[in-house]
Design a protein around this ligand. Sequence first.
Ligand code: BTN
Length: 246
Amino acid sequence: LGRNLHYHDSVESTQKIAYKLAYEHAEEGTVVIAEEQTAGRGRMDRKWHSPKYSGIWMSLILRPKIPIPKAPQLTLITAVGVVQAIEEVTGLHPEIKWPNDILINGKKITGILTELQAESDRINSIIIGIGINVNTDIEDFPEEIRPIASSLAIESGKMIDREKLIRSILEKLEKLYLLYLEKGFFPIKLMWESYAISIGKQITARTITGEIKGKATGITEDGVLLIEDTAGDIHHIYSADIQVDG
Ligand code: BTN
């Protein structure tokens, strides 16, 4: 990963650039990185605050030969890789909130956005956007997200070398991706579960169609979250915001 690296000073969104490159047949493993994004995007059409020099804003292109329903696995693989890299470089111990948030002390440090380019029922490419608050000061965050967001520098009390972290992320992700291509998702599912905070807990999942409350019992082989409600019914959650209730 990263042999073909596009580095930019300021862009609207690395995701937008990677999407276009993927469409133009950029090779697998292509990485787009920027120092600043003026229109960073989050999940569910939210904005992603991406100030200059303080974070890692990058998107990468993968082309796994997998059926479309298995695409969420790539989000979970990415989360595991980013957690491993953060552990290695900072000594902090992040946790994962399904599907894609990486938290430290309950605050969001990283978001992952996965987008697909598909032709009929075949995946052409998966574009994985990773946003990490690295050396962001608390005053740099917009006021409304200060209670829920943090950065590696805030949590560790020291400045973090972004280049070292980027290198470590690409290295971990490459290893996990090769393991995935060779052995399938199962070994990575186990790693993911060891970092996950919501499994085994009472949670509320807010989906576009409404709220589901219950116990998160695990994830499926495809990376779909399972919730058991009080009536004992099992719900499959493909996309939602999760709140851990206890
Ligand atoms: C989320 O938690 O909502 C996902 C946030 C993803 C942000 C990253 S930063 C790099 C890439 N470019 C974007 O515009 N978004 C992703």
